[in-house]
Design a protein around this ligand. Structure first.
Ligand code: PEP
Ligand code: MG
Length: 886
């Protein structure tokens, strides 16, 4: 018989070292903490396998589970010495979800389960604290009504507010035992009125209701959205953890808190967290009371008065610090912990690898490697390559004028500007329309995640550093300021107020998640400076990777940036970008408008010195490195005007009549320019264009070689080749020009001629093409477009539906369609190498900067990937990770 229940605590750990897939993250870590002797309240986990079975069998539990759960309860009773439903001294339990990966706030939890009209009296007597007992009961009813019975939770909150107002109180804690007893009676009436049945008094009924609700929450809308955003398969399911309650709200020697073993924002090696005396866990996360700091140092740094845990409870704090160290040594990673102190006794309720900012991930990985906790290779694997983006992104320009509206907590670093929007749907809508938005909420909840995802930055009026907004924003890498208490949002008039200032929805706002400042307007930003840790990790990554990383760049400035980020050459220099420059475009147009070859050559002669100077500058920046220069690729009509108003000016500048210009533009018009007269097809028709470009390349290379002695290695690349013959013809042009230039200069130079592979025919015929090509560079932008038959310029309009419905897992123009386009790449690599074993292979489509695609490239053993300058570090790290994974 399959085992579904796994016990832990009290010296028992059925789950042993923890199997996340079976027990979920929370359950496996509880089992693991129990197995290494940490104080964990006893309990048991119903495995994720039960979740699948529950859904398979029409949301019913098999009878065998009842027996197993009874045994689990008996275990808790035996360890605690209390009995479930005992009228004199009842055992209370928590019921919590726990999937394989943490899905913060996505699924349900019920606390204080086991209370009813009878046991509440027993709890009052046994604890000697009737107020605590009645408060626990009213919390339980409220949670149960919300989570299990799905009743309107607003009505319960309202009843609580009215109870306080009637008595002239502002804080929950002012309510007496008698007040709470009255509130419980009201709550029970609310349940009966809305549910048409009395609140369940049978403790086993309560338990099974809660277990069903937790399994049910796996299919809630918000859980589904979260899974979609985070690529979590629906069939993983959740586990259910049932555990003896421990109480942080049993007076001044009790407390509850959340902590990280290191700073999750900056990565510093300092305990980091918040706690509340005489409170339950939900109070910390809900942000109702302001939590106190864990350490004295943090309290002093913040200039706060309320005692830190280190000061208020030194003995338990010492125990907690020892637990932190044990956990870090055991898990070899930064941990995110929940704990409770019940009358001076410390209990661990949860541990998991802590979510962290990219900055913290980097620092923690490097520190841990230096501390000897992990190896350098492990450190390289620990940092999410895509998340490096966060470090490479601009921060606020310190000198830019700023109009600070208010301040909140620096919940997630980085700065962002955008139009203020006040709800998640608006954020999603405006962002889809292309606007940068800042999502402003009183507080966020899991229902807001699609809006948080769509927003550039997030601002909340309530909630601490561990609030939903803060945790989720850090995970997503969105700058976030939380708990900016001076803000009030009027959702009717769509205005947010701070004192007497107003910001309407749609006004520009800037948030700085590093400082906590909120500014009116869009504030200028500056490029980031990279830390020593960044350099260290990159060195380790470089030592681990096999593939080279080049850049896609065509200006000296971009080349310099890319080289600064560690680019080892240029993988793609798109020469057409140089043609568009104001000083050249006229000569380019004269070339296009010329009626014969002589006219074209005359115009090209004007372009030659310009193009040569461009290449010389680039070769200087990239001294000694390979530089792939692609000959002209786009259809010529792109260089002609389209607006009526421009025709006269352009015609005058080019020295032709407007009529001729219009006629030529009409002649060049194509229905499908992407499949039209572009790429090497231009070179086939007008070889003089490629001749001029080749001459510019070789003359510039020789100039630089003569000047600096450091000869560049030009790699001349022919675009959009479909057949071997096309390449052969174009290669002949390039070789002929090279020989001519070398003869004129009396000096030779090493160079390569190769082709892009960006058409399916080229991939299939790679064996022939490789006879003439010394390298292939996969142009996966066009290869994706031509393989999928999806226009890269128009796809955005419908690709969302495709990704939404799982037709493609991700946008195939962002992350390579490994199955389809990937197969063509594999075929081309294999056939190309069969012809020419030393064929150099690279990728220069946008996918060259995407970690998942880079992993694929390692799999087919490409020699290099090429990425845009800011993605070069991401590519270096991703290439290293890809190599280490194999
Ligand atoms: C490609 O097609 O992948 C490529 C790099 O060329 P471009 O994007 O310039 O068409
Ligand atoms: Mg292309």
């Amino acid at each position: 018989m399959t085992q579904y229940v796994y016990r832990f605590g009290g010296g028992v750990s059925d789950g042993g070292k923890g199997d996340r897939n079976l027990l979920g993250g929370k359950g496996s870590n509880l089992a693991e903490m129990a197995s290494i002797g940490l104080p964990v309240p006893p309990g048991f986990t119903i495995s994720t396998a039960m979740c699948a079975r529950y859904y398979d069998e029409g949301e019913r539990f098999p009878d065998s589970l009842r027996e197993e759960v009874a045994a689990g309860l008996a275990h808790i009773e035996q360890v605690t010495g209390k009995r479930f439903g005992d009228a004199a001294d009842p055992l209370l339990v928590s019921v919590r979800s726990g999937a394989r990966v943490s899905m913060p706030g996505m699924m349900d939890t019920v606390l204080n389960l086991g209370l009813n009209d009878e046991t509440v009296q027993g709890l009052a007597r046994a604890s000697g604290d009737p107020r605590f007992a009645w408060d626990s009961y009213r919390r339980f009813i409220q949670m149960y009504a919300d989570v299990v019975l799905d009743l309107d939770h607003g009505s319960f909150e309202e009843a609580l507010e009215v109870a306080k107002e009637d008595r002239g109180f502002t804080l929950d804690t002012e309510l007496s035992a008698a007040d709470l007893q009255e509130l419980v009676a009201e709550y029970k009436q609310l349940v009966e009125a809305q549910w048409n049945r009395p609140f369940p008094q049978g403790v086993h009924d309560q338990l099974w209701g809660a277990v069903g609700a937790v399994f049910g929450s796996w299919q809630s809308d918000r859980a589904k959205v979260y899974r979609r955003l985070n690529d979590i398969p629906a069939d993983w399911g959740t586990a259910v953890n049932i555990q003896a309650m421990v109480f942080g709200n049993m007076g001044e020697t009790s407390a509850t808190g959340v902590a990280f073993t290191r700073d999750p924002a900056k990565g510093d090696r300092a305990y980091y967290g918040e706690f509340l005396i005489n409170a339950q866990g939900e109070d910390v996360v809900a942000g109702i009371r302001t939590p106190q700091y864990l350490t004295r140092r943090a309290r002093e740094d913040a200039g706060a008065r309320a005692a830190s845990m280190e000061e208020a409870m030194p003995k338990v704090y010492g125990e907690l610090a020892a637990v932190f160290d044990t956990l870090e040594r055991h898990y070899r990673d930064m941990q995110d912990i929940e704990f409770t102190v019940e009358r001076g006794a410390l209990w661990m309720l949860q541990t998991r690898s802590g979510k962290r900012t990219a900055k913290a991930a980097l620092k923690i990985a490097v520190d841990m490697a230096n501390e000897g906790l992990i190896t350098q290779s492990e450190a390289v694997l620990r940092v999410d390559a895509s998340a490096l983006d966060q470090l490479l992104h601009p921060t606020l320009d310190p000198d830019a004028p700023r109009d600070v509206l208010t301040r909140g907590l620096p919940a997630s670093p980085g700065a962002a500007s955008g139009f203020a929007v006040f709800d998640a749907d608006t954020a999603e809508k405006r962002s889809a329309a292309g606007d940068a938005v800042i999502l402003v909420r009183t507080e966020t909840s899991p229902e807001d995640i699609h809006g948080m995802h769509a927003a550039r930055g997030i601002l909340t009026a309530r909630g601490g550093m561990t609030s939903h907004a803060a945790v989720v924003a850090r995970g997503m890498g969105r700058p976030c300021v939380s708990g900016a208490g001076a803000i009030s949002i009027d959702l009717k008039t769509r205005v947010m107020r701070v004192g007497d200032r107003e910001v309407a929805e749609g006004d520009l706002l800037t948030v700085d998640g590093t400082s906590g400042e909120v500014m009116v307007g869009a504030v200028a930003t500056v490029e980031p400076e990279l830390s020593g840790d960044f350099g260290a990790l990159m060195l380790w990554a470089d030592a681990a990777r096999r593939m080279k990383v080049r850049c896609n760049a065509e200006t000296p400035a971009d080349c310099r940036t890319a080289r600064g980020f560690g680019a080892e050459g240029i993988g793609l220099c798109r020469t057409e970008h140089m043609f568009f420059e104001a000083a050249r475009i006229t000569a380019v147009r004269q070339m296009i408008l010329a009626s014969d070859e002589a006219g074209r050559r005359a115009a090209l002669a004007k372009l030659l010195p310009e193009q040569r100077a461009d290449f010389a500058e680039i070769f200087e920046v990239m001294a000694g490195l390979p530089c792939t220069i692609r000959l002209l690729d786009p259809p010529l009509h792109e260089f002609l005007p389209t607006e009526e108003a421009d025709f006269a000016d352009v015609a005058a500048a080019a020295g032709v009549g407007v009529d001729l210009l219009k006629r030529r533009a009409a002649e060049l018009h194509e229905f499908n320019p992407m499949l039209g007269h572009r790429g090497c097809r231009l070179g086939v028709t007008y070889p003089e264009i490629y001749e001029m470009q080749a001459r510019a390349i070789f003359e510039a290379a020789l100039d630089v070689a003569e000047k600096s002695g450091d000869a560049p290695i030009p790699e001349v690349m022919i675009p959009l080749v479909a057949t071997a013959r096309e390449l052969d013809l174009m290669k002949a042009v390039v070789d002929r020009v090279a020989e001519a230039v070398f003869a004129e200069r009396g000096r030779r130079l090493d160079y390569l001629v190769g082709t892009m592979i960006e058409l399916p025919r080229a991939a299939l015929r790679a064996g022939d093409i490789a006879r003439g090509a010394e390298f292939f560079s996969f142009g996966t932008n066009d290869l994706t477009q031509t393989t999928l038959g999806v226009s890269r310029d128009d796809a955005a309009r419908f690709l969302g539906d495709y990704v939404g419905q799982g037709i493609y897992a991700r946008d195939p123009f962002v992350s390579l369609d490994v199955e389809g386009v990937g197969e063509l790449v594999e075929i081309a690599a294999e056939r190309g190498r069969a012809t020419r074993p030393d064929l150099k292979l690279g990728i220069c489509g946008e996918h060259g900067g995407d970690p998942a695609s880079i992993d694929f490239c390692e799999g087919v053993k490409l020699d290099y990937v090429s990425a845009s300058p800011y993605r070069v570090p991401i590519a270096r790290l991703a290439a290293a990770q890809a190599a280490l994974r194999r």
